[in-house]
Design a protein around this ligand. Structure first.
Ligand code: FAD
Ligand code: SF4
Length: 488
C-alpha cells in the first residue's frame, strides 16, 4: 500500500482489443494489464479498516461489494509486493472460479470501493483476472485429489457456476459427486449464454477438466425429471443439490409473435456458441448475417445479442430499452456504496458505434406489434414511446404515449426482456415447491421440504450473477456436508 496512491495514480480501465479488430473474431475482447501497471493499480488500495469492497449484500435491489467476501485488500497488497503465488492462494480461498468472475463479473466490489468516494475505484477486477491467469500460466492451479473418501454419494443437477462450485466443495470434502447436465456440454450459462468474447469456452473446459481429474463425474445429455426421475435419483444418492438455473424467459405476447424470425435471446445465443464450437451445428435462419436486427430489452443479455449479431455480420442492429438513459454520475438516490446506476459504454455498444457510427440503444421504447411480409416472416415492428411521470405517492412510473408511434424494419428480432425464474418443468418434474418462480427452501437455508434435497444458484435466488451462483453453491455445499455428517 502507498498511502496517497489512490490520489496520485489514476485508475487504469481494463485493457481491451480495439472494437474494429476484435469484431473480426470471437476471441475474448479483454486483455490483462502489464505487471508494472498492475503493481501501480494495486498500490491504489488503501487497505481500509472496513473494506467495503468485501461487504457482499443486496442494497436497493443491486449487489454491493463482493458476495464471495474475496480477500481483496490482502491480494491487492500481495500483487503490489510482487508476491503473485501468495496472491493466488488468498484468492483461491474464497473463490472457486476467479477465471469466470475476473472476466465477466460486473464488479460490485468496485462500485463500493472507498477510493471511489473521492476518486476512481481500485481496478479490482483487472487485478483478479491477472492473478488467476498468471496462476494457470505458471502451473500453480493443480489437481487437488481429496485424501479420504466418505462413501457418501451426492448428485448435483445443473452444471452452471452454482452446480460446479457446489460439486467442487463437496468433492473436496470427500464425497463422491456426480453432476448431471441436460445440455451436451458442461458449464450452464458460462457455456451457452455468455458469449465466447466474454468467457472463452476453453477457459470453461480447462476448469471442467481439472474438476474431472479431482474425481467429479459429469453426465451430459441427461435431463433429471425426464430421463431419470427425482425418485430414482434420491434412491441412488445420499443427497441431491438442484442448481437448475432460472431460464424461464419473459415472453412478449403481442400481435405477430408467431412470425418467423423472432427468437428468445437465449435460443439465439446458444445457437451461436454451438455453431462456434461445432461448425456443423448451423441454423442459418437464426444467424444475423446480412439482416436488420432488433433486440428487445435493454439489459446485459441484450448487449450480448448486439455483440453476437455484429460478429455474424448483421446489416444493422438496434436495441430497445424500456427505461431512459442512465445519468453520467450517481444521483442523490443512488449513493455510495450502492452499485452505481450510471451510463456505461459496454463492450457491445463500443463495437456497434465503431461499425455504424452510433450507439445502438434506443430508450423508452414499447413494442406493440410485429408486422409480417405476407409470407410468414417478420419484416417490421411497431412501437410507441414510454414517458415517465410521478404518481400521487411521488414514485416515478412509465406510461405509453401513443402519439409517438414508429415503425422499424427488421428481419431478425431477439427478445431479451429478462427472466421470470426457474422453468415450470422444475416444479412439475422435480417435486419441489414454487416460491415466486424460484425453488422454495427453508428460511435462510438451502434445504427444500424434501429430505436430503437442496437448491442453490439462480434456481433458488432468481436470475442473478456468476459471483452469487458461486457463493450459493459454496454455502449449499456446507449445508449438504453438515446433513451427511449427521448421517454417519
Ligand atoms: C446471456 C446472459 C449473459 C450473462 N452474463 C453475465 C455476466 O457477464 N456476468 C455475470 O456475473 N452474470 C451473467 N449472467 C448471469 C449468470 O450467467 C447466471 O447468474 C449464472 O450462470 C447462474 O448460475 P446457475 O449455476 O445458478 O445456473 P445456470 O448457469 O443457468 O446453469 C443451470 C444449468 O442447469 C441445467 N439444467 C436445468 N434443468 C436441468 C435438469 N432437469 N436436468 C439436468 N440439467 C438441468 C441447465 O441446462 C444449465 O446448464 C448472464 C446471464 C445470461 C442469460
Ligand atoms: S474498499 Fe477499495 S481501497 Fe478499500 S480495501 Fe477495498 S479495494 Fe482497497
Amino acid at each position: 500500500m502507498v498511502k496517497t496512491a489512490f490520489i496520485d495514480i489514476k485508475r487504469t480501465e481494463p485493457k481491451e482489443a480495439h472494437p474494429r479488430e476484435r469484431l473480426k473474431n470471437w476471441n475474448e475482447y479483454q486483455q490483462n494489464l502489464s505487471d508494472s501497471d498492475l503493481k501501480s493499480q494495486s498500490s491504489r488500495c488503501m487497505d481500509c479498516g472496513i473494506p467495503f469492497c468485501q461487504i457482499g449484500m443486496d442494497l436497493n435491489r443491486a449487489t454491493t461489494g463482493c458476495p464471495l467476501y474475496n480477500l481483496i485488500p490482502e491480494w491487492n497488497e500481495l500483487v503490489y509486493q510482487g508476491k503473485w503465488y501468495e496472491a493466488y492462494q488468498r484468492l483461491a480461498k474464497t473463490n472457486n472460479f476467479p477465471e469466470f468472475t475476473g472476466r465477466a463479473c460486473p464488479a460490485p466490489c468496485e462500485g463500493s470501493c472507498t477510493a471511489g468516494l473521492v476518486s476512481s475505484p481500485v481496478a479490482i477486477k483487472s487485478i483478479e483476472q491477472a492473478i488467476i491467469d498468471k496462476a494457470f500460466d505458471k502451473g500453480w492451479v493443480n489437481v487437488r485429489t481429496p485424501k479420504k473418501r466418505t462413501g457418501f454419494r451426492v448428485a448435483v443437477v445443473g452444471s452452471g457456476p452454482a452446480g460446479l462450485a457446489g460439486a467442487d466443495q463437496l468433492n473436496q470434502a470427500g464425497h463422491d459427486v456426480t453432476v448431471y447436465e441436460r445440455e451436451d456440454r458442461i458449464g450452464g450459462l458460462l457455456m451457452y449464454g455468455i458469449p465466447n468474447m466474454k468467457i472463452d469456452k476453453q477457459v470453461v473446459g480447462r476448469r471442467v477438466e481439472l474438476l474431472k481429474k479431482e474425481g467429479i463425474a459429469f453426465i451430459t445429455n441427461t435431463n433429471i425429471g425426464k430421463d431419470i426421475t427425482m425418485a430414482e435419483l434420491r434412491k441412488q444418492y445420499d443427497a441431491v443439490l438442484l442448481c437448475t438455473g432460472a431460464a424461464k424467459h419473459r415472453e412478449l405476447l403481442i400481435e405477430g409473435r408467431e412470425l418467423k424470425g423472432i427468437y428468445p435471446a437465449m435460443t439465439y445465443l446458444t445457437a451461436s456458441t454451438k455453431h462456434l464450437l461445432n461448425p456443423e451445428s448451423t441454423h442459418p435462419e437464426i444467424s444475423a448475417k446480412g439482416k436488420k436486427v432488433i433486440v428487445i430489452g435493454g439489459g446485459d443479455t441484450g448487449a450480448d445479442c448486439v455483440a453476437t449479431a455484429l460478429r455474424q455480420g448483421c446489416q444493422s442492429v438496434v436495441q430497445f430499452g424500456k427505461h431512459g438513459r442512465l445519468p453520467n454520475e450517481r444521483t442523490a438516490d443512488n449513493p455510495w456504496p450502492e452499485y452505481p446506476q450510471v451510463f456505461k459504454m459496454e463492450y457491445a455498444y463500443k463495437e456497434a458505434a465503431a461499425v455504424f457510427g452510433k450507439d445502438p440503444r434506443e430508450y423508452h421504447v414499447s413494442t406493440k406489434r410485429f408486422i409480417g411480409d405476407g409470407g410468414g416472416q417478420v419484416k417490421a415492428l411497431e412501437t410507441v414511446a414510454f414517458e415517465s411521470y410521478f404518481d400521487e405517492k411521488g414514485n416515478k412510473q412509465l406510461r405509453e404515449n401513443h402519439e409517438e408511434k414508429q415503425t422499424w424494419a427488421a428481419d431478425l428480432v431477439l427478445i431479451a426482456a429478462g427472466f421470470e425464474g426457474a422453468e415450470d418443468d422444475v416444479f412439475e418434474n422435480l417435486n419441489v415447491e414454487n416460491n415466486n418462480q424460484c425453488i422454495k427452501t427453508k428460511k435462510n437455508r438451502f434445504e427444500t421440504a424434501l429430505q436430503g434435497v437442496f437448491a442453490a444458484g439462480d434456481a433458488r435466488k432468481g436470475q442473478s450473477l456468476i459471483v452469487w451462483a458461486i457463493q450459493e453453491g459454496r454455502k449449499a455445499a456446507e449445508e449438504v456436508d453438515a446433513y451427511l455428517s449427521r448421517k454417519v
